[in-house]
Design a protein around this ligand. Sequence first.
Ligand code: CP
Length: 295
Amino acid sequence: MQPRNLITVRNLNPEEINHLYELFKGFKEGRKEVLGGKGVLLFLESSTRTRLSFEMALRELGMDTYYVGKGESSVEKGETFKDTLRTLHALGFDVVVFRVPFVLFPYEPYLNLGISLVNGGDGTHQHPTQGLIELFTVMEHYPSIEGLKVLFVGDILHSRVFRSSGELFRKLGARLGVCGPATLIPSDLSPFGEVEVFDSVDEGIEWADLVVYLRLQEERFKESYVASKESYFLQFGLTRERYKKLKGYFMHPGPVHPYVDVDGDVLYAEKSLVSEQVRNGIPTRKAVIYYLLRG
Ligand code: CP
C-alpha cells in the first residue's frame, strides 16, 4: 500500500473532513491509540505551535519522534528535498512532518517515496493542519458552517493559512470575505469561488459572523506593502472599538503581532478563539496522523 499524504486541503472532500472531525473529537475526549513507528519533524523554517503540537501528537500516538531544524539538515548543503525524503525513508521513518520556506508544487514527484508526507506549512502555498484547526474550532462554536460569513483580514497574498482555511470553509459551504491593503489582496481569488472584497474593515466586520485575522508576513515581503505598522493597525487592525462590534468570534492562527494585527488588550478576551486554536492543535494533528497511517 502506498503511504498516504496531506500536502494540500484541495484533496480533502467533505466526507473526509467530517471523518477527521470525528477523530479530532475522539482524541479530544481522551481516545487512546498506539501507532508505534517513527516520525521526523523536518522544520527548515521557524515554528512554535506547529512544531510542538505535532511532536506532542506523534508522541501521544506512541511514535518515536526526531527533530531536524533550520540549518541542521543537508538540504542546506544542496541535497534536494526529494533525496532528503528518500534518505528519511531509508532510515526507517514512517512519516515526515515538514515545514519549508518554499512552495512544494507540483508535489507529485515527492509522493510514493515510501514515507507519508504531512505539510506543516510550505511557503505561501498551504498549511493544511492549521486550516483544519480553524475549521474544527469553529465547528465547536457555531451550529453550522453552511452559509457562515467568514472574513479574513490582513496579508491574504502571502497567507498559506488563508489558502488552507479559506478552502476548507468554502468546501463546507461558508461564504468568504477578504479585507486588507490592496497590495496584499491576490488579484485572482477565483479558486475560492465568490469572495466578497471589502476596502473597509468596519464594513467587513458588520458583514461577518466570524473574523480571522492574519499576520503581515514580512519575511515574505519583496517590497514594502504597507506605509507603516501604525497606519496599518488603525486602518485594518482589530482595535478595541472594532472588537466591541464583532457579531461572533475572532481567530488568529498566530504568531500574533499585538497592536499591528490585534489590540493586545482584546487578544485573549471573550470573543477570542486564539488560545483554543492552539489547544486544538494537538487533537487535530493526532487525527491527521492517525488517519494517514491507519486509514
Ligand atoms: N500558526 C503557525 O503555524 O504557527 P507557528 O509558526 O508557531 O507554527
